[in-house]
Ligand binder design. Sequence first.
Ligand code: HEC
Length: 133
Amino acid sequence: MRIIHRAGWAALGALLSAGCAMAAPPSYTAAQAGAGASLYTQQCAMCHGANLEGGAGPALAGSAFTSQGQTLGAVFNILSTQMPATQPGGLTHTQYEDLMAYILQKNGYPPGGAPLAYDQARSSTASLTPPGT
Ligand code: HEC
């Protein structure tokens, strides 16, 4: 009886995570976000703020950023073709993946097991609404 009960909860959990996976942005790893953090400090913080709070460039974290209803793909396309503004499109695919992972982390998305991939991020229609809202 107890085993059946557990199986029921497991199935419900699987269903719920499948439902969330549809709306959630693609996964990224903690290693990507870590690499993105140091790159961000070197290349982006002077315009977007040490804490992504904004400056010469717009905020990249918090409700000012996520309330615009942008998709991950739209943000990633700006990031990967126009940033850093001093050198548009000048970084490697890996560096853009790492930076996007860091931005997701700073907006409250938890890291997962699968890395964020360049092509997947470009075509993502996932909304950047923070988790739990
Ligand atoms: C010289 C200043 C400058 C630097 C350096 C810079 N940015 Fe930007 N960034 C801007 C400005 C200004 C905008 C707004 C551009 C626009 O709206 O056309 C922007 C826009 C963006 C956007 C789109 C935000 C949105 O809400 O649509 C992202 C994402 C972004 N930058 C990320 C980065 C990252 C990551 C780096 C470091 C690799 C970086 N930027 C470096 C000035 C800068």
